[in-house]
Design a protein around this ligand. Sequence first.
Ligand code: ARG
Length: 467
Amino acid sequence: MTNDNKTDGSSQLWGGRFTGKPDERFAEFNRSFGFDIRLFEADIRCSIAHANGLAGAGVLSPEEADSVTGALRTMLELAANDPDYMLLDVEDVHSFIETRLIEFVGDLGKKVHTGRSRNDQVATAFRLWMRDETDALIGKVGNVLSALVSLAERHKSAVIPGYTHLQRAQPVLWTHWCLAYFEMLSRDIERLADARKRINVMPLGSAALAGTAYTIDREAVAHELGFEDVSRNSLDAVSDRDFAVEFASACSLVMVHLSRLAEDLILYCSQEFGFVKLGDAVSTGSSLMPQKKNPDALELLRGKAGRVFGHQMALLTMMKGLPLAYNKDMQEDKEAIFDTADTVAVCLDVAAITLNNVTLNEQKAREAAAKGYLNATELADYLVRKNVPFRTAHDAVGRLVLAGLEKGKELNELSVSEMQAVVPEINEGVYEALSIESTLRSKSATGGTSPVRVAEALAEARARIEE
Ligand code: ARG
């Protein structure tokens, strides 16, 4: 009756139908305990709920269920207090828990796998783990949002040049720039929260592929584990990992946003721009060039995006050709998701720290916003107010810019007569229109960079993070 065919020198959950031993290299290749050990706590929680489900189905007596769940809880403590407790030569975390449970409660431990498979077990434990991780990441994105709001509040009325094609385009408030990233990362929170809904569905009770043969109250088990719902189809439940792909995808977009934020700041703290000073806390020096101060924190935020995208692509590729239902290929989901979660978590922490170490050189940024014809569109709008059709005004201002370039003057440095020589509609009032202040003020529609709109947006952002 017993499985003594412990071919890899340890405990394994199968072996009865085997006469030969696994090749050692293959056993190592097959083994996931080195990484799925991270599911230990989640898998214990699932096993406790499953044991209660078995008691409900009459497979375990109430006393048996109590001994099993008590032992499983004690195993959490043993693992927390004794690092050696986790040292066991087993195939995966599920084998580990069952082996230790049998050590603990004897043959009773051999009943706990009744009516379940590692296929629904792993999908359930993985979802539990990812649910917690999603909550943690949402909190960390929230910290970056707070850092962006504080950074805006430190330089409330500062102006920077806004760019398109990395060419100076129109002036914007520094706060407007900060809040652009606030919006992007707020959507990331929504995406993570949305992915969480589909993560939070319980596969347990699907068994290997066909469903469990015992009258386990799946809804009660789900309730105990805090799952919002139970899966509706056992083949689907053990074999899809779309929830992992969605999580990776939401994480990829977080990284796109952190990477662009990093890129902007890398440019802004270069000597060529000189808008931003990065604190020593998030900078490094050169081993050779004594003068150097490098934005390594920002460069790593940009650089680490690639590995997260890579994991997402790996997951999609791993899934696309799999026949229903479970296939061992899917064991590859763990390392992809673990590294995704770890990478995004540390990047969010470092992003918040870095933003807290950013200081804007308000004068330099303003000077840059005043040079390079950033008020040209404003001049066209001025002419539109004088009833010149926009396309005609655009062309006239283009010619004025050309005249300014020849004379080495900004638009507002040209005299009225110099301007009138090209565009007769212009008069003295033009200088007021060309100021940075009025350029900003005019962008007063919702979402624009006028000081009034931006102050409202900042107050709203502050309220949102305090919620
Ligand atoms: N370590 C496996 C995984 O992560 C657990 C499930 C194993 N199931 C199986 N039928 N071999 O996918």
